[in-house]
Design a binder for this molecule. Structure first.
Ligand code: ADP
Ligand code: MG
Length: 715
């Protein structure tokens, strides 16, 4: 028996274990159990300290350094009451994964005893020796100094493991020179930029009560689960998160029997465990279901403020990663783990809201509210049209190149779906100012120049990368493995840019001059309507049409990344105070570098598997065929075919190796990345064709890699 077959027998005997005491503790009992939430703050902090901290968390006051020692003491008492011995500053360096270094509270007192210490300074500032994080040239290795700073807006939580508890403080990460070295700081800056500009627009509409505008996100997270005993026999899954080889399973997703199907016991056990662990750390996990592809699933939380929601999405991923092995499963978060079936995205639902709870993307019930809604909507249309290239770049990644534009995910062309009714409203506004006949500037009359909004104005369109869904946008093009901070930062920034210009124009209008407003909005629609598309984004016709409209179409990461460093991009990020030119360039450089490294790792892994696993199996099988071929004309034919494929296999491995060398010799990072696209990836694809064909011919007993039909259906 091969290791594959042994694993399959073991899977058949797998019994689902209970990991949660759900009868003892209902969901409401455990929700936020490991979070230093408002209730815990009230309990562990003196009242004036508590009240001051709350005002900072709610965005009304800057952080007061006078209270940090008192807050730190309360945090420590709370954490130790839950068994914590260590604390860590948790941050998101530009690797895109979270980072943490743990320090214990214990300090020796010199008499063989220890005391627990955690000062205000420990809470608010850390200094990881972080020379090994990518800085995109912001810092040389010898300039290692970087600081983590407590992000008060994101709740402190506990990481609870079987052998101990770690107090975890979400932080932002800056260099000695004050430049952002992480994904958090730009997100917070973009949030502020958007908030400032949105408030200006709101004031024109007579809103005097809102003091803050922020964005909310609800990221729907798609993922695959495969049995760990099978997956670990595949070096490609272990190292690259996707299958570099694999003939299609005879049955894939064509019967459409997986989507929303009843959830297998073993998967549901994982999901239930996941939900409860997420609730404990305050992540509002809400929805769980089977996705389209076999072995594919989704979870969605209730939406939250963007910075918290982004941190929480990292917690969703890390919790999934931690729990999957406990259920004998391997989590695949790659955008395209399997060829030929759907890949995974992170549909990112996004809206803007005021601190008094008004969703600015909610059409509203009266004409006045509608005018305001349309102003925000049209500003977003302009943002996406003018900065489609930057938005596309914000979701670019090697994994995405396998997903975007395949017939399952939005194309690499950015467009907006509004739904036919709302699109019609926008079309009326385009004509609006001219056709409206009205007198005077009073609100009621003025607003009649704007069309009436239909209720429930949108259908759904899953082929659109950026779709309006009733009271929010769904940025569907984000990849499943992406840290969500960066696409959010870009989206907030480009919308802030458009809102700032709208606010500039409104500043010149009298309050309540809705005729003037309509003229402004109409001009914006005229100049930007090419980004609106209601049809099938998967179709060839759309690609042609988009080209005619002059919309950017950047199919690969290498096509997309240059948009980050154009004068236009540098201008918008620096003007709005989100990223300096150096900070922006650093991020682009890191992405280029990462793209090359991923290509390199995948090619090396493919060569390794082909040469040391596939080729030996082919040789063994060929020997057997040759021994039998004189006995049968049919066997002889198969023997010749396998022998031919064996030659092709050896050649294809050499070609891929050669392509790798060619790429290395490129004169610049950009040229090397381009060579990955033009040389390495095609050579690897050609190797795959040979290996996949051999998989269908070689004796199943000899085949070393667990097959698609096993990975996708046996768990
Ligand atoms: P769908 O039918 O597309 O799955 P849902 O209503 O289930 O839509 O929402 C999907 C995600 O969108 C959830 O995470 C939800 O919390 C989030 N969401 C709902 N309303 C908003 C909003 N106003 N802003 C941001 N996200 C939202
Ligand atoms: Mg959705």
């Amino acid at each position: 028996m091969t290791a594959r077959h042994t694993a399959i027998s073991a899977i058949a005997a797998h019994r689902v274990a209970k990991t949660q005491d759900y009868l003892e503790h209902a969901g409401a009992d455990i929700y936020g159990q490991y979070v230093f939430h408002e209730g815990a703050q009230r309990q562990y902090l003196a009242k004036p300290i508590f009240e001051k901290l709350r005002r900072t968390i709610d965005g009304h006051e800057p952080f007061d350094p006078a209270i940090v020692d008192a807050v730190a003491h309360g945090v420590k008492e709370w954490a130790m009451a839950h068994g914590a011995t260590h604390y860590t500053h948790w941050f998101v360096p530009m690797t895109g994964s979270t980072a943490e270094k743990h320090d214990s509270f214990l300090n020796p007192t010199g008499d063989g005893q220890t005391i627990a210490e955690f000062s205000g300074k420990n809470l608010v500032q850390g200094e990881p020796d972080a020379s090994s994080f990518p800085s995109g040239g912001i810092r040389a290795t010898f300039e290692a100094r970087g600081y983590t700073a407590w992000d008060v807006t994101s709740p402190i939580f506990l990481q609870v493991e079987p052998n101990g508890v770690t107090l975890t403080i979400p932080t932002a990460y800056v260099s000695f020179t004050g430049e952002a070295l992480d994904y958090k700081i730009p997100l917070l800056r973009s949030q502020e930029a958007l908030g400032r500009q949105a408030l200006r627009v709101l004031r024109w509409f007579g809103n005097t009560t809102a003091s803050r505008v922020f964005t909310n996100i609800g990221p729907e997270q798609e993922y695959f689960l495969v049995d760990r005993r099978l997956a670990e026999q595949r070096p490609d899954l272990v190292l690259t998160g996707r299958t570099l080889f694999g003939a299609p399973s005879p049955k894939g997703q064509e019967l459409e029997d997986q989507y929303f199907g009843s959830i297998r016991e073993r998967i549901l056990a994982f999901m239930m465990d996941l939900d409860r662990e997420l609730w404990r750390v305050g992540v509002p996990a809400k929805t769980r279901h089977n996705e389209v592809a076999p072995g594919q699933f989704e979870m969605a939380p209730v939406f939250e403020a963007t910075s918290v929601g982004s941190d929480h999405n990292m917690l969703v991923l890390s919790t999934m990663r931690r729990l999957a092995p406990q259920h004998g499963l391997m989590l695949l978060i790659h955008e395209k783990p399997f060829a030929g079936i759907n890949g995974s995205g992170k549909h990112n639902n996004w809206s803007m809201a005021t601190n008094d709870g008004e969703n600015l993307l909610d059409p509203g019930n009266d004409p006045h509210a509608n005018a305001q809604f349309l102003a925000f909507l049209i500003a977003i249309i302009r943002a996406v049209n003018e900065h489609a290239d930057i938005l596309r770049a914000s979701i670019a990644d090697a994994g995405q190149d396998h997903r975007l534009g395949a017939n399952e995910a939005p194309p690499a062309i950015m467009s907006i779906f509004l739904g036919s009714q709302l699109e019609d409203v926008i079309a009326q506004i385009e004509q609006g100012a001219a056709s409206a006949s009205k007198r005077g500037g009073d609100v009621e009359l003025g607003v009649t120049s704007l069309p009436v909004l239909p209720k429930d104005a949108t259908d759904r369109n899953r082929t659109s990368p950026f779709a309006f869904t009733g009271n929010k946008f769904e940025f569907r093009a984000v990849g499943s493995s992406a840290p969500i901070y960066w696409p959010q930062t870009v989206l907030n920034t480009v919308v802030a840019d458009s809102l700032s210009r709208l606010a500039d124009d409104l500043d010149k209008l009298d309050a309540g001059d809705f005729e003037g407003l309509t003229t402004i909005l109409s001009a914006i629609v005229k100049a930007n309507k090419q980004v609106l598309f209601e049809g099938n984004g998967y179709s060839e016709a759309w690609h042609a049409e988009a080209e005619r409209r002059g919309l950017p179409n950047n199919p690969t990461t290498v096509d997309a990344l240059p948009a980050l460093t154009t004068p236009k991009a540098k201008d918008v990020f620096s003007r709005l105070g989100v990223l300096s030119e150096r900070e922006l360039t650093a991020r682009a450089d890191i992405q280029w570098d990462r793209y090359i490294k991923v290509g390199e790792i995948e090619a090396s892994c493919a060569i390794d598997i082909a040469r040391s696993m596939v080729l030996p199996a082919v040789v063994t099988y060929l020997g057997r065929l040759m021994a039998a071929s004189s006995a049968s004309r049919g066997i002889n034919a198969i023997c010749e075919r396998v022998a031919g494929l064996a030659d092709s296999l050896v050649d294809a491995i050499d070609t891929l190796e050669h392509a790798q060398h060619t790429a290395h010799e490129a004169s610049s990072v950009q040229a090397e990345a381009r060579a990955v696209v033009t040389e390495v990836i095609p050579a690897q694809a050609a190797l795959r064709v040979v290996v996949d064909e051999l998989e269908t011919l070689v004796d199943d007993e000899l085949w070393p890699l667990p097959k698609y039909r096993e990975l996708l259906f046996q768990y």
